[in-house]
Each structure stands twice: as C-alpha cells, then as structure tokens.
Design a protein around this ligand. Structure first.
Ligand SMILES: *Cc1c(COP(=O)(O)O)cnc(C)c1O
Length: 376
C-alpha cells in the first residue's frame, strides 16, 4: 500500500524528541502562551526570513485576523484565486469584505497575473496570493500591481512553508503572510495551529491583540478581539519538527523530480511546471489528465492512494452561487475534473515513486488520449 500521507511513520522517526517535548510542556504546565510558544514564534520567523511571527489557533483564523489587522475599507473587494481551499475566500467574507475570484495559471496553478489585473476595480483593497501546492506566486508581478493600485498583499502560505520566490522565503514578500500547521501540511502540528508573519511591528502587535482578546497585558483590553492562540503543546511539537523541515522538503523536491522523470513519456498526464524563479516545496504533486476518475480508480485498485485538490473550483461551490462567478471562463472552472494529487512526503522513497509511475504508465496504455484543456 502506498499511502497519500503517513504521519504515524513520521512520528516514529522522531518519537524520542517529540515525546520529550510534550512531557516538558506538561511538566511545566506551559499550556497557553509561555516559553514554548515564544521560542517557536522566534524560530519560525527566522525560518521564513521575517522579523515577526505570531502564533494562531489555525490557518483560517490567521487569514481572517490578517485581513482585520490591515484595517481595509469595510465592504471592499479582495481578489482570491479560483483554485484554492475555501478557507482563503471564507476569511474574506467573514471579515466583512467581498470576494472577487480570478483565474489560476494553467502551468503552475497559482494566481494568473492577467486575470488578477482584469479584476482590479476602484473597490479593490487587497489581493490574497495563495502559494498553492507549494509553488510560490509571481510575487514581483503581484507587488507591482499592488503598488500601482494601492492594494495590500496577503500571502496565504498554508501550503508553502520554506517556499521561495527569487531566493526569498514566502510570507514576508507582501504586507503579511499566513500559515497553517494543520497536521497534513508540510509543517504540521498534532492538532490545529497557524501563524502570521510580517516585517511590520505595529501590524504584528495588532494581530497578536486580535488573537488574544484585544490585549497585550492581562486584563488590558484595548480593543475587542477573540481567542485564537497557538498552544504550548503544539508550539513545542512544531519546534521539534521545524528542525527536520529542510530535510523533508528536500525529499519532497527529489520525489517531484522523480515523478516528472518517470512520467515524461506518458502523454495522457501532464506534470506541474516549476517556474525558474520558484523554490517549489511540493506540498502536493498535482498532475492533470482528462481521465482523472478512471486513473484514480486504477491507482486505488493497485493500492496507491491519491487525492483531489480541489474537486470543485471555488466559484462553482454552492457557498458561492450568490457571487454568480461560476460561469466565468476560468481555466480553474473547467479544469477541476482533471486534477489528481499523487502521494508525496517524507514517507515516500524512490522505489515507491517508481511503483506509482509504472502503474500510471500501464494505465495510460489502456486509455484513449484526448487533448487537455488549453490555457485560454
Ligand atoms: C489548509 C489551508 C488553509 C487553512 O488552514 P487551517 O489551519 O486548516 O485552518 C488555508 N489556505 C490554504 C490554501 C490551505 O491549504
């Protein structure tokens, strides 16, 4: 059986360190706030090459709090790529703004710059750049559009810990970056967790206050906030795992390279492109094929798990019928039934990649290939 994700196997490889960290938090009753949270925030800021990091309860809250902290005009429009997890767009609506979807790029699947440009209006206040599947967005183009139109840039880095645009880590490239430490992410906690990172001290402080009842000191509530904190156990676990992240990320990159090589001659599937300016950290390895469901069934029958990210493009979800954007001529809207995520992560080795590639090659010989949806 080739698993899509194997967190048990990963735990066993770092069991002594993790168990020690958990026991230390319990021994010291450092459950909320305290030295483990502070230490992880410092380590993670340094890892992402930003000055500040504030732990949050999850990645969705992190986006919502980032938007609130930017104090954008009430009801203004925020542009979100059509190919992402619903958390990205949910946070926009929940913080009192209007979601405007734009298309994704047909090669690297991150936000399409041409489509983004076409969606900017006088009511636009911000852009959420989602570094989807671990591939950084074209931040140079996004930042120059933002500067031209006086927009804020939020980086949704939930899938891109350690990702780089032109050699610089994501998170500190726009105004504020948000992270998720959901267990299955590249850096995952043993429960929910999230963070924001930025290089603006006042903004970081506002986020910290919003996530902790509007206070900096106990009972000094300067504004109304909420409770969205990263807890001590998760922070201690994340500090242990952060030490291994570069090694695990390099493994992901090697696996992706092996997939691309192994699938080179298979014309019925298309591998993702990594732009020359990107360090793609391959949270997911997403291929395209016109016979997605058929391939998924074939893999399942051969004991190979796979996933779909995402089966329904955001504008087509029932939750967004009110926006009437499901009919937009987006690549994302017509390509969602072609996407298939192959197993990737530190649980995979060269042999398991070969098994997957051989299975796909065998499958491809039995299908009649039709051309894939074009870029325009
Ligand atoms: C996982 C994810 C989130 C949300 O993170 P949670 O910690 O699960 O709330 C947001 N955006 C993207 C792109 C994600 O993949």
């Amino acid at each position: 059986m080739i698993k899509f994700l194997d967190l048990k196997k990963q735990y066993e490889s770092i069991k002594a360190e993790i168990d020690y960290a958990i026991q230390s938090v319990i021994n010291e009753s450092a459950f909320i706030g305290g030295k483990y949270v502070q230490a992880f925030e410092e380590e993670f800021a340094s890892y992402q090459q930003t000055q500040y990091c504030v732990g949050m309860a999850n990645g969705t809250d992190a986006i919502e709090i980032a938007i609130e902290a930017l104090e954008l005009p009430k009801g203004s429009e925020i542009i979100v790529p059509a190919n992402s997890f619903i958390a990205t767009s949910e946070s926009v609506t929940r913080s009192g703004h209007r979601v405007v979807f734009c298309d994704c790029d047909a090669n690297n699947y991150t936000i399409s710059i041409a489509s983004l440009k076409s969606k900017i209006t006088d009511a636009t206040s911000a852009i959420i750049a989602v570094h989807l599947y671990g591939h950084p967005c074209d931040m140079g183009a996004i930042n120059s559009l933002a500067a031209q139109h006086n927009l804020k840039v939020i980086e949704d880095c939930a899938q891109a810990h350690g990702g780089e645009y032109q050699g610089k880590r994501v998170g500190g490239l726009g105004n504020i970056g948000t992270f998720s430490f959901f267990p299955g992410k590249n850096l995952g906690a043993y429960g929910d967790g999230g963070a924001i990172v930025c290089n603006d001290q006042a903004l970081a402080t506002r986020c910290r206050m919003l996530a902790n009842h509007g206070r900096i000191k106990k009972y000094d509530h300067q504004i109304e906030g909420r409770n969205s904190r990263l807890d001590g156990l998760q922070a201690a676990i994340l500090s242990v795992k952060l030490k291994h992240l570069e090694k695990w990320t390099e493994q992901r990159i090697q696996i992706a390279r092996a997939y691309c090589k192994g699938l080179e001659g298979v014309s019925s599937v298309k591998c993702p492109r990594t732009e020359e300016w990107a360090r793609n950290v391959f949270h997911l390895f997403v291929i395209r094929t016109n016979h997605r469901d058929d391939l998924q069934k074939f893999l399942e029958a051969n004991s190979i798990q796979s996933g779909i990210h995402y089966p329904i493009a955001l504008p087509k979800l029932q939750a967004y019928t009110y926006l009437h954007q499901d009919q937009e001529a987006f690549f994302a809207n017509r390509n969602d039934d072609c996407l298939l995520s192959l197993p990737i992560g530190d649980h995979m080795d060269e042999e398991s990649v070969n098994i997957v590639c051989q299975a796909i090659t065998k499958w491809s010989l039995s299908v009649n290939t039709t051309p894939l949806a074009s870029e325009v």
